[in-house]
Design a protein around this ligand. Structure first.
Ligand code: KG4
Ligand code: ZN
Length: 349
């Protein structure tokens, strides 16, 4: 069975073909990232226009790579949400048109759920796990059991990836901030600066806006920072300051989310963790989580690096799994920018 995945939730336009549930035949991504850089974040209008312009080419290239004719596709899986409305709309419209023209079944899936599903291409999906979503738009802890998700907690303000992007902006390191901060942190001293953990009402909630302000204060107070805008850490002292700040910031936020994830395991009596989202590429998150899991004898899943960012292979995988369970969508399916995980399921416990 061949599943075509279509993903256009944000600044990427992606298509993939999955054979069965485990073999990725093609995984093509076109990113509009370069056009957002001057603005320090994703501009929704630019993102959706790029999706519209790129979708035909990406689709055709994907089929060519997979050596398939359109009629050979058995199922079309598409991101229904959450995401930027204009971008999601492009993918959903394209998928519906294709499904109609080729008379192929269609299934709309949740982008966030798909980030976790990326771990199960070629792997057996565990029956119960704690899911951690860490991306530019989400920081969420979930419990998965018997094909249902339950929300345990989430960020009350910025997402963790957003915090990386904002800290990078303060340090004038460009966009996106995650990869560059991750790299600089490796040469810095993580004990140079300490940050406080804000209190949240929910035991498994997060907040990242305070630490961003703390970083801004440290930068403004640093005598090596003449003005913020040209600050790049060029001089030796400046370079060390930036590296130490990146290392301390990274250690603080990653320790925090890893600790909360293991606390969720303890409280929920679950012995498996699954991580997904763009921030799951982070080297500190990957090492802290895997080392701690080994120590505690807890099973863990981290996606392969190429499947951490937005891609359509994860969409195809989730669509395939749900189709096997008897789910499918019809042409009334609409792009939903605030689609909840598990659709209507979302009780907080
Ligand atoms: O999941 P994603 O591709 O897009 C969303 O759906 O949000 O995540 C993008 C986010 C960006 O904020 C980026 O800075 C962050 O993931 N990111 C990282 C790393 N690589 C990407 N954050 C920390 N460390 C990384 N190595
Ligand atoms: Zn994403």
């Amino acid at each position: 069975m061949y599943t075509l995945g279509i993903e256009t939730s944000c600044d990427e336009t992606a298509c993939a073909v999955l054979k069965g549930g485990d073999q990725v035949l093609a995984n093509v991504i076109s990113s509009s990232l370069i056009h957002h850089r001057p603005f320090g974040g994703v501009v929704p209008e630019i993102a959706s226009r790029h999706c519209l312009e790129a979708i035909d080419v990406v689709y055709e290239r994907t089929l060519r790579k997979a050596r398939l004719k359109p009629k050979q596709i058995d199922l079309i899986a598409v991101t229904q949400g959450p995401g930027l409305i204009g971008s999601v709309f492009v993918g959903v419209s394209f998928a519906k048109a294709l499904s109609f023209a080729l008379d192929i079944p269609l299934i709309g899936v949740n982008h966030i759920e798909a980030h976790l599903e990326a771990n199960f291409i070629g792997q057996k999906k565990p029956r119960t796990f704690i899911g951690l979503i860490a991306s530019g738009g989400h920081t969420t802890l979930l419990r998965y059991e018997k094909d249902r998700y339950r929300l345990l907690g989430e960020t009350v303000d910025d997402a963790i990836g957003e915090a990386y992007d904002k800290v990078a902006k303060i340090l004038n390191l460009g966009y996106p901030g995650g990869p560059v901060i991750d790299r600089l942190a490796q040469s810095g001293n993580p004990k140079s600066f300490s940050f406080t953990k804000p209190k949240q009402d929910g035991e498994f909630d997060f907040s990242f806006s305070g630490i961003k302000t703390a970083v801004l204060n440290l930068v403004e107070r640093n005598p090596l920072t003449p003005t913020l805008s040209p600050f790049r850490g060029r001089g030796k002292g400046e370079g060390e300051f930036v590296q130490d700040l990146c290392a301390s910031f990274q250690m603080h936020v990653m320790n925090w989310i890893v600790q909360k994830t293991f606390l969720a395991c303890e409280e929920q009596k679950v012995r498996c963790i699954v991580v997904g989202g763009g921030v799951s590429a982070n080297s500190k998150l990957r090492s802290l989580l895997s080392e701690e899991a080994e120590l505690r004898g807890i099973q863990w899943f981290l996606p392969p690096l190429e499947l951490t960012t937005d891609n359509a292979a994860m969409i195809a995988r989730l669509g395939y799994a749900q189709f096997k369970q008897g789910r499918r969508s019809d042409f009334t399916m609409a792009a939903n920018p605030s689609l909840k995980i598990g659709g209507e399921i979302n009780g907080r416990h």
